[in-house]
Design a protein around this ligand. Sequence first.
Ligand code: FAD
Ligand code: MLT
Ligand code: ZN
Length: 456
Amino acid sequence: MADDLLAALAEVVGATHVLTDEGTTLPFRTDWTGRWTGECRAVVRPGSTAEAAAVVRACAAAGVPVVPQGGNTGLVAGSVPAVGSVVVSTRRLDAVGEVDDSTGQITAGAGATLAAVQAAAAAAGWRYAVDLAARDTATVGGTIATNAGGHHVVRHGMTRRHVVGVEAVLPDGSVISHLGGLVKDNTGYDLAGLLCGSEGTLGVITAARLALVPAVEQRAVALVGFTGTAAAVAAIGPLRRRLPALEALELVFADGVAAVGEARGARPPFDGAAALLLVEVAGSGDLLEGLAPVLADLDGVVDTAVATDGPRCEELWRWRDDHTDVINQVGDTPPHKLDVTVPLDRLGRFVEEVRALVADLAPAARLWLFGHAGDGNLHVNVTGLAPDDETVDRAVVELVAGSGGSISAEHGIGRAKRPWLHLNRTPEEIAAFRSIKDALDPAGILNPGVLVPERR
Ligand code: FAD
Ligand code: MLT
Ligand code: ZN
């Protein structure tokens, strides 16, 4: 049967796009951090929506699970294949269409990278506002399937806000396509919205119609060092209130900045800053005129570096963006990565509590905190833990839930956080998830083991 299926898949996509060799499939079976590796029968790379549909149909007929995968940069093991599955890699579906200048929209294949969409938008005088450090690899389909957040959520919202329509293959191999781009279109259920954040459990997205925003004329970036966490957190409200052009508001700490500096062979920007905020404003006119008095009014500031030209702005951003790569190199085992939101008025207290918790449970481990401060989204990374020991992870998510927060701010639930979904979702909500899953995927073909808990 397995051979029959592989032959059928090769018939659909061509034998060169059915990968079965263990070495060749390894990068598709291992997550970005290297913490999880799965097993699959094959990685299949369809070159069109019709091929993707035929692949899903063949797998469904054989009762073989399908794991959709884009850039494989996800951080919750959502694209790590279940045993015996077929990985459907969308990377060949990378066409990026023309920008429609009247609506500010673009149609892109699910396998197009964020960077490719951003570049196409920029060339036409527009901007795709979704941005994250994995932009060169993360795909349109993956960012929709995870409802990715990133740097600009404070101003532009999560990916869902930018998705006008999608084309997707449903678990039975049928295709839904709604890429017309009508701005107003109240014709029933929001299937595109449903697929946002569905993590490959409801459909294989093959293309999307995306909304762009006008390109910004200028931007300014300030890296502001504070005496401590309390002063940095206290600055979040005034910065949000007083800077209408606020585009990003990110938080890092001295230890993370020092590690980035060591990796880059560069001196950290300031001495004596325990916590730092990266503030980006974007718009037209003299941005510094608006930014300077706001920064001057903040309390507990040690020092500030400001940039307005592109390269220097990028330079300041690297102190923040390089955290993920640098932390992934610390120690002999991959980091445990949690991605949480706490109510902004609890953020300062949460930082102290999570530090105490990790020090207590795993004194030899190292805790790294950074994140999207403007959204109350903190990335809690712990290095020096055994890959399978979830004691610290569990304690942290319980602390988050007890603080009124979310155990997944932006990365999703995946396999990694599925056991803890009940901390944030009621039994009734989980039952509704299950009903939706069962309605669209009664045979459980798409991404089993991800997001939706097993039926009881
Ligand atoms: P994958 O990793 O391939 O898949 C992720 C999930 O989506 C899986 O469940 C998969 O099954 C599903 N999926 C993928 N493609 C499809 C499809 N076409 N149809 C249906 N389901 C699909 N995330 C943030 O939110 N904010 C950040 O700031 C951020 N920064 C990051 C920085 C770095 C350096 C790295 C490595 C990751 C970062 N991430 C961030 C996480 C990751 O980039 C995002 O989750 C991204 O959306 C994943 O896209 P992908 O194409 O790599 O998806
Ligand atoms: C980030 O904001 O840098 C990411 O979400 C990646 C991470 O959590 O490491
Ligand atoms: Zn993030």
